[in-house]
Design a protein around this ligand. Sequence first.
Ligand SMILES: Nc1ncnc2c1ncn2[C@@H]1O[C@H](COP(=O)(O)OP(=O)(O)O)[C@@H](O)[C@H]1O
Ligand SMILES: Cc1ncc(COP(=O)(O)OP(=O)(O)O)c(N)n1
Length: 274
Amino acid sequence: MSFNILSIAGTDPSGGAGIQADLKAFSALGGYGMTVVTALVAQTTTGVTEVHDVPARFVTSQLDTLLRDVRVDAVKIGMLSNAEVIGAVADAIDAYRLPNVVLDPVMVAKSGDRLLAEEAVGALRSQLLPRADLITPNLPESADLLGCTEAVDLAEMAEQAHRLVELGPARVLLKGGHLRGATSTDLLLAPDAPPETLTAPRVDTTNTHGTGCTLSSAIAALRPQRPDWSSAVRDAKSYLTEALRHADELDVGHGKGPVHHFYAWWQEKKASGS
Ligand SMILES: Nc1ncnc2c1ncn2[C@@H]1O[C@H](COP(=O)(O)OP(=O)(O)O)[C@@H](O)[C@H]1O
Ligand SMILES: Cc1ncc(COP(=O)(O)OP(=O)(O)O)c(N)n1
């Protein structure tokens, strides 16, 4: 059985984030990757120089053309740039009843450059959060969605995760990568289940470009292959940690380099039956 995984996101010519990272994660984890482009971004490991938004009408055209032909088993949504594109994607989720929607509420790149217009945060909150099966905010994104300050520890993360679930997504993975410490801990929360803590050793590397894109795409790729969201998220985090461990083997750019999509990982894991 093969699974078709769709990324709706912006581009990264350096291949570390956005649609390029998403396709690498899909392939590495055994999915068949497809894309709908929302924005063309001139960016690399050192930051963003220019963003060219794809008109919302053309985002709809890409979605309609694809979805009239191809079955989609899971969707990862990343950079959406503006409120019109958010509306186009929300309409497509409803019209085609898209399953397994993972929304990474991308707002600002690690370089500090905005990837979602400030005035579009409300549209993201009201139109897409309630349509998502899982949202994967980092700490600044959580604070923006809730209109509060960034969480500084696990207790505050837990409190924010509860408030995010109340905004309508079926579940929340609040990522704690921006905190310091020997481990990197995320919280998974669904209304009908106790909170889960996912902890991985913090990898000592500055090559963290595209961690958020990679994690959300890995979850989308694994969800149709796993019995539940919890196991898909846990395996995706293991995949990301492995990709971070191998990041320093790459030699890409002069800034924060990309993580290394480690294609052998999934094959080895499947072969060992784990
Ligand atoms: N140095 C690191 N070592 C291990 N895991 C990390 C590291 N940095 C980030 N992560 C993990 O990568 C994922 C995304 O991280 P985060 O930085 O919180 O989000 P984003 O990339 O969207 O800003 C999370 O699972 C986080 O725990
Ligand atoms: C086109 C595009 N989408 C998303 C991001 C943000 O990527 P992320 O994985 O959160 O990590 P950084 O790139 O911010 O390190 C992006 N840069 N470009």
